[in-house]
Design a protein around this ligand. Structure first.
Ligand code: NAI
Length: 303
């Protein structure tokens, strides 16, 4: 078995940046035709420029691959539809969406302006929704699609000064979990990466000798796997970087069941904190129904 993307068309947002370019070069090397979307501009999302997308397109074409640039912003539905139209008109179809475009605008919650909240949510969460939505109808019609979301350890675990970014990055996982349910019977698979990689976003916060360990090339093969026909997982998030690859999951412990015949008090909760928070034998749950079944199973002696 050799994973390749012959006859596959991919759309990569933020494809002019560090991770996006790396994903694009790998997919192109494996045969994909690619729409490279990138609005350009600063790490905070100010300004725009065609050069980011153009450079990736040039690199792919110079290696004999096929690619076309698109300069829309993921923030608008109009822009997202233009990206998908570009794929259809240039390459005849669309099979893969990699939601990778991103910006940063860090501030402690106390100092954060509403505009800094909105800008980050608009690019990461609404942007991922817009581009996925624009592609969704095509994926349903052709009974095939692969989608990759890009989340972050900030959303998964928290980081000072990044409440806007963390909320947006956790939001894309909520979106993924629901689309996993809606897409699975149409052979649409959606998975997420939580990467660590050298880029303009991380250059100023990681020591130079450490950041060299995290070239984007260590992340892109995981993205390529998620984008492949062979991808065997759906609705998963993997932490990746520098050669490290691991599933990340939200898990639920076995918890405590209180006697239904007695009134539950705050003091009883206080006395059981260790058992409530114990994650021994914790399990990931497949979906909302699995969560309900688990609760009902644990409560069965109370009925
Ligand atoms: P980057 O800044 O090199 O790439 C981001 C690209 O997105 C840029 O080329 C930028 O022009 C483009 N972009 C920004 N706003 C856009 C918009 N509205 N429409 C279209 N394109 C837009 O940064 P990097 O590190 O390659 O980031 C890629 C993704 O990975 C981002 O979503 C980021 O949040 C995420 N990420 C990166 C981590 C890292 O360690 N580098 C860690 C966790 C997440």
């Amino acid at each position: 078995m050799t994973i390749n993307f012959k006859d596959k068309v991919a759309l990569i947002t933020g494809g002019g940046g560090s991770l996006g370019r790396s994903h694009a070069l790998l997919l192109a090397k494996l045969g994909a035709k690619i729409v490279i979307n990138d609005k350009g501009g600063s790490v905070e999302g100010q300004g725009k420029s065609k050069s980011a997308a153009d450079q990736t397109v040039d690199l792919i074409r110079n290696n004999g691959g096929q690619a076309i640039a698109n300069y829309s912003s993921v923030e608008s539905m109009e822009g997202a539809l233009a990206m998908v139209d570009c794929a259809i008109s240039e390459f005849g179809k669309l099979d893969i969406v990699i939601n990778n475009a991103g910006i940063l605008n860090d501030k402690s919650f106390k100092k954060q302006e509403s505009s800094q909240w909105e800008d980050i949510l608009n690019v990461h969460l609404t942007g991922s929704r817009n581009v996925t939505k624009a592609a969704w109808e095509h994926f349903l019609t052709q009974n095939y699609g692969r989608i990759v979301m890009t989340t972050s350890s900030t959303g998964l675990y928290g980081n000072f000064g990044q409440s806007n970014y963390g909320a947006a990055k956790m939001g894309v996982l909520g979106l993924m979990q629901c689309l996993k349910e809606e897409g699975q019977k149409h052979n649409i698979k959606i998975n997420a990466i939580a990467p660590v990689a050298k880029s303009r976003m991380t250059e100023s916060i990681m020591p130079p000798d450490i950041i060299e360990l995290f070239e984007p090339k260590w992340v892109s093969p995981i993205v390529a796997y998620f984008c492949s026909e062979e991808c065997a997982v759906n609705g998963e998030c993997w932490a990746v970087g520098g050669g490290y690859v691991s599933r990340v999951a939200i898990v639920e412990g076995q918890g405590t069941v209180f006697d239904a015949k007695q009134e539950l008090t705050a003091d009883q909760i206080s006395s059981q904190v260790n058992q409530i928070t114990n994650l021994e034998n914790a399990v990931p749950l497949e979906n909302m129904q699995a969560s309900a079944v688990k609760i009902l199973t644990r409560l069965q002696n109370n009925f």
